[in-house]
Structure formats: C-alpha cells, structure tokens
Write a protein that binds this ligand. Structure first.
Ligand code: NAI
Ligand code: MG
Length: 334
C-alpha cells in the first residue's frame, strides 16, 4: 500500500479533500493517507505555514495531494506553494487541460499539456532600484531549461503525442529566451531520431496567445519558461471551463505535489458548493504517478460521465448540485 501525504488546506480545501477521500474509498485504491496541516490553519495552530511535520511527511512519502492554502495577507508571507517548490526543487509545473462535456468552453477537442519551468525566470524576485524606477532580473540557465524541456519531450514521447511546441520571446530576449530555444532545438534534434512521430516547433509568446484563442485544438504539448508558462496555463484553463476544472502537478526529482490550480475560494468556503472536479482530476494524476493508472482512468471516466449526463452539475458549471451530491454522482459512475 502506498502512503500519500494529504494536505486539506484552507477555505474549500477540507470540503474537496473529503470528496476525494470518499471517491478513493469507493475506488478501493490501494493508498493510505497521512493528513497534515498546511497553510493558514497550520499557521494559527502551530505558528508556521509549513510545519515541520508536514515537511517530514512529504520527505517520507515523496508524494502529496494538496488542497489550496490561504496565504495570510499583509504580513510579508511567502506563499506555501513557492516555499514547497523551493524546499523540494519542484522544477516541473505540469498542467494537462482537456475539454470535458457540459463545461463552459468554446471548443470541443482541446487536449493540451503544458510544462512550465518552475524555478527561475523573473520569479527569482531579483528587483533593484535605479534612479528612475526599478529593474527586475530574468534568470535562464542551460541546466534548468534542459531539465524541463527533457521532461516535456519524455512525457510527449511516452504518451504518443504528435506535437511539442516551445514558447518564447527569443526575437527580443536573444540571450535568455534565446538559450531556452537553443536547448529546445538541441533536444528536439535528439528526439527527431528517437521519436520521429513527434513534431517539434516553436512559437513566440504573443503569437502563441492568439493561436491558443483561435486554434487551440491544433496544439498538443507546450513547454515554456516560468512567466510565459504562468500566463498561458491560465489562458488554457479558461479555454476548458475555468478554475474549477484545472488540475496540476509540481514535480521534482524525488518529490511530487499534486493540486488543483484554483485557490481556497474563501467566498464560498463552508457552503458545501465547491466544485471538486479540479481536485479530483489532480487526484487522478497522483494515482497515475504512483502506478495506479486503472484507478485514475476509472475516476476520469466517472467524472466525464457525470458531466455529460448533466444532471448533477456543480454551481460554477451552471447546475445546482452540492459538493456532496456531485461526489456521490461520481461514485455512482465509477
Ligand atoms: P480562488 O481560486 O480561490 O477564487 C477565485 C474565484 O473562483 C472565487 O470566486 C471562487 O469562489 C471561485 N472558485 C475557485 N475554485 C472554485 C471551485 N473549486 N469551485 C467553485 N468555485 C471556485 O482565487 P483567489 O480568490 O484569488 O484566492 C483565494 C486564496 O487562495 C488566497 O489566499 C490565495 O493566496 C490562495 N491561493 C492558493 C492557491 C494554492 O494553494 N494553490 C492558488 C491560488 C490562490
Ligand atoms: Mg499563475
């Protein structure tokens, strides 16, 4: 039996966590959960946003499913997510996005997987003052670029994908983005022999944004430095039904943390109306990662079934189902 660290987090976190627990029970998945405090509640109870025992549990189990955490405002807190990324060097931010039935989307056949570099670029937070303002430094290294690009190619090859696209602004940022693109082209050349069915190309970020809005179905696997990845992944979430539908994973060499893209939604916390889909889909990614692809597929299939039936839709998808009602509908379709 595989032990997983489970962070119920804050806001709607405990409600969607309960939904996943019930679904997992019904699946009969061979996993056990070590529940740990993280985020605002952890701060109130232990004085730390990331208590020692949460870190130790993750070190031990190597895999976590994390519900959203509230970042306390105004006191100079670093977000829990950023801290976890740094602590465990979670250099891959992976976001698969697929159109599901009965979700607010203009497209029917989107199937996009984005690999966002998670450790450098403008996010190193290196800003300094000048006479007339500020300058922010952007860091792009060969090693960090290569590991995210290789992860993207490996995944695309393993999943028999058709196309992989590098997103950049190398026409302007010739050195930084130029290096990212150069490494991409090197790895692409290697894969052209290994995996001839996978087509590699690149797009400038602004053009990419337009094409994701006009022709998203033509794209497949995307790899990008941190900032462009941040922007296009939210754009893509919007294409497939919004925050309630978007799962994600932060993956390092040893540790992986799976989570929904959305936050703790304090405005609806405790009302029992949160849409647990993104969290359940993150749970499916987690199950796949620990070697339970059949359980993951059953869970995804059940979600698709409930959505296409359209009888138990959560409120953000235009229905009236509570978190509980939706969860039970998913369980009934496993
Ligand atoms: P948010 O994603 O929590 O909420 C934005 C809007 O989307 C709200 O109206 C909310 O009700 C709705 N929403 C989000 N998830 C939903 C779901 N599953 N079902 C139905 N409606 C949903 O973003 P916001 O308000 O900017 O952030 C709230 C808190 O969450 C902040 O403290 C922020 O720091 C934190 N946060 C945490 C993240 C994490 O732990 N991964 C990620 C993003 C924000
Ligand atoms: Mg973002």
């Amino acid at each position: 039996m595989k032990r997983i660290t489970l962070f119920p987090g804050d806001g709607i976190g405990p409600e969607i966590t309960e939904s996943f627990r019930q679904v997992c029970d019904a699946l009969g998945a061979d996993v056990a959960f070590d529940e740990e405090l993280l985020g605002e509640r952890a701060y109130k109870e232990t004085g730390s946003l990331i208590p020692e025992s949460a870190v130790n549990s993750l070190r031990r189990n190597k895999v976590a499913l994390k519900a959203p955490c509230t970042t306390p405002v105004g006191r100079g807190f670093r977000s829990v997510n950023v801290q976890l990324r740094v602590l465990f060097d979670l250099y891959i931010n992976f976001r698969p996005a697929k159109t599901l039935p009965n979700t607010p989307s203009r497209y029917e056949n989107i199937d996009l997987a984005t690999f966002r570099e998670n450790t450098e670029d403008l996010y190193i937070g290196d800003e300094y003052e000048t006479e007339d303002g500020f300058i922010a430094r952007k860091k792009i290294t060969r090693s960090a670029s290569e590991r995210i690009i290789r992860a993207a190619f490996e995944w695309a090859a393993a999943h028999k994908r058709q196309r992989i696209t590098c997103v950049h602004k190398a026409n302007i940022l010739k050195k930084t983005d130029g290096l990212f693109l150069e490494v991409f082209n090197e790895v692409a050349e290697e894969y052209a022999k290994k995996c001839p069915a996978l087509r590699a190309d690149d797009r400038i970020i602004d053009n990419m944004c337009m094409q994701l809005v006009t022709d998203p179905e033509k794209y497949d696997t995307l790899v990008a430095p941190n900032l462009y990845g941040d922007i296009i992944t939210d754009l893509i979430a919007g294409l497939v039904g919004g925050l309630g539908m978007a799962p994600a994973a932060n993956i390092g060499r040893d540790v992986a943390v799976f989570e929904a893209v959305h936050g703790s939604a304090p405005d609806i916390a405790g009302l029992g109306i949160a849409n647990p889909t993104a969290f359940l889909l993150s749970g499916a990614l987690m199950l796949e990662h620990i070697g339970l692809p059949d359980d993951a597929a059953r869970l995804r299939g059940a979600i698709e079934e409930v959505l296409s039936e359209g009888k138990a839709l959560p409120r953000d998808l235009g229905g009236v189902a509570s978190t509980d009602e939706y969860t039970h509908a998913v369980i009934a379709n496993l």
